[in-house]
Write a protein that binds this ligand. Sequence first.
Ligand SMILES: Cc1cc2nc3c(=O)[nH]c(=O)nc-3n(C[C@H](O)[C@H](O)[C@H](O)COP(=O)(O)OP(=O)(O)OC[C@H]3O[C@@H](n4cnc5c(N)ncnc54)[C@H](O)[C@@H]3O)c2cc1C
Length: 374
Amino acid sequence: MDLLTDPTITAFREEARTWLEENKPTEARPHDDQAAREFDRAWQHKQYEGGWAGVAWPEEFGGRGLAPLQQMIWYEEMVRAGAPSTGSFTVALGHAGPTIMANGTKEQQALYLDRIISGDTPWCQGFSEPGSGSDLASLRTRAVIDGDELVVNGQKIWTSYAHIADFQELLVRTDPEAPKHKGITWVVMAMDTPGLTVRPIQTIDGNAHFCECFYDDVRIPLANVVGGLNNGWRTAMSTLSFERGMGYLQSRLTIINEVDKLIEEARQRKLLENDRIAYELAHIRAQAVTVHALGYDGVAATSQPELMSSVNQIFNGELSKSLARIAIEIQGDDGLERTEWNGRYLGSFPATIAGGSKDIQKNILGERVLGLPR
Ligand SMILES: Cc1cc2nc3c(=O)[nH]c(=O)nc-3n(C[C@H](O)[C@H](O)[C@H](O)COP(=O)(O)OP(=O)(O)OC[C@H]3O[C@@H](n4cnc5c(N)ncnc54)[C@H](O)[C@@H]3O)c2cc1C
């Protein structure tokens, strides 16, 4: 299929473009987290009403039931239109929802999916713990079965948006005697459950979107277990593959958009005459476009999903960093007043760690895709 000329694809793109022009929010996303949550909810709800909330979600779960290719085109058009990203709905739409679709029971799907896609409930991810980030399977937050409930005690860290989420996808250890990958359970926790304390962490860029979560005899119904008791590692791997795959698509597309603007700014400032700057801009753009092309290959299912999600993850972080660094250089002294890129530069380092660090992605590529020894 030729993506540039195929009439179905062209018509879909046109429809998306028109809808976005007419419906995208005109005001900026607020900085205050609670206000941002309401902004994200309203925007998600509007997409839902317009039939654009889950382009590739099956129709039975409120989506359009289209192919991942159309989902990708929708994201391309979102970025082109300068429409807001999924914001505090990233976990809900990007991985909790797909994980429940793939592993949840009919009851769980009925309970959660509609409230995600319609823009009702933001989610957060309670996976990482102090000492259990890259080595996630070593997690120690303990859950003991008591009647028809799990009683949870322990701590999570780096939980993005926990302070404004309604639900958490939570990993707990339910069998401490089993080998470490075998005794883990993936469970849904409502964020207003008694015994949960959420404490935001202030970071160097001035944000406090990360939180610590403390669980003190938190009781969660066993009915909230997704994918089976002690089978949470398998469920979590499907969550992470959704997170690293489509989850970063918008951010990669944004990089292409932004590098184009920077090339223009460098041209106006006569900085393209500097070979090094010209080369760096070209290099960033070429890499971003290549990864995007690989994304098309991925949605056409011609490459291994594991390869795609790790490649996406590695490049997303590295390109965000290179882009912010060159932007600061291009803006020179003006950057002291236009501080956006300074914040973006600081904020680009976490992008090489979120969802599993780039070193871990390289290990995955080496071991599972290239078949190298551990
Ligand atoms: C922006 C952002 C958002 C996040 N959001 C969430 C969230 O919502 N929920 C959540 O649960 N977690 C979240 N995290 C946490 C994230 O998953 C962890 O930070 C990540 O898995 C790394 O774990 P760690 O911080 O404990 O570092 P460590 O695992 O201690 O790693 C430290 C360093 O050692 C390297 N390293 C470790 N092991 C190996 C190895 N085997 N081979 C090579 N190098 C290795 C790492 O690459 C890293 O450079 C987020 C992180 C970031 C930055």
